[in-house]
Design a protein around this ligand. Structure first.
Ligand SMILES: [Zn+2]
Length: 233
């Protein structure tokens, strides 16, 4: 089992990274990522000046606990609540989540703005819990997928109930889009956006079934390969 979207006491989660890691080992998980919020005015988050400490904290756990792969991620609120022109290059990170991309309900900036910023970031970039069907309803989907592939931007399947409509996960509502994703080299990640409920730690089964149903295994593998490259290197 794996989960690449987890918050801790570094931002608005209630468990320390170490508690999360120990619990994940107890549940025999193989891979997890800590992805706290980067400095935003929306929620408690990691200030830019503490980023290094945050990375070192997770690196220490990585050395201490060898039974599980621990990845270093962070989540950027892609909206006026973040100082987007002062974003760091995130060199030490295995991947970066961007939330609210093109999401007008949350004042999210458009995707084209992310393309500019993406050039300055070396790590894999992922659209977190995006309501693709709604946010890109006026877009040419083929063009969108080509851009994501060309600019190496992946998509997360998020199993948190916050990202559902009438009981359907955003990614399931966007199934017509995901049916076409398998023809592109677009990384796909899975996560549950855990903050307070430890039971969400290994609660990504629906996302993994969706990947099987839509034959997106190659896209998940691509994500694992991209973050793995950085993990080992
Ligand atoms: Zn999150």
């Amino acid at each position: 089992m794996m989960n690449f979207h987890i918050h801790t006491t570094w931002s608005d989660g209630i468990y320390t990274p170490e508690i999360i890691v120990r619990e994940a080992i107890k549940r025999k998980m193989e891979k997890i990522a800590i992805t706290d919020h980067y400095q935003t005015r929306k929620v408690s988050s990691v200030p830019k000046k503490y980023l290094k400490m945050y990375v070192e904290d997770i690196q220490t756990l990585r050395k201490k606990y060898r039974d599980i792969e621990i990845y270093i991620g962070i989540e950027v609120d892609f909206s006026p609540r973040t100082d987007i022109d002062k974003l760091p290059s995130f060199e030490e990170f295995d991947f970066i989540l961007f939330e609210y991309v093109q999401d007008s309900l949350w004042e999210g900036y458009p995707l084209w703005m992310l393309l500019d910023i993406r050039k300055k970031i070396e790590s894999p970039v992922i659209l977190a819990h995006n309501d693709l069907l709604r946010n890109f309803r006026n877009s040419d989907i083929h063009a969108l997928l080509r851009v994501l592939e060309a600019d190496k931007i992946g998509i997360e399947l998020n199993t948190n109930l916050n990202y559902t409509k009438l009981g359907d996960f955003y990614y399931r509502l966007a199934a017509p889009i995901f049916e076409r994703v398998r023809d592109f080299q677009i990384p796909i990640s899975v996560g549950s956006d855990l903050h307070e409920e430890l039971d969400l730690l290994d609660e990504v089964d629906d996302a993994l079934s969706f990947i099987q149903e839509l034959h997106l295994e190659k896209n998940l593998k691509l994500f694992l390969k991209e973050i793995g490259k950085r993990y080992e290197g």
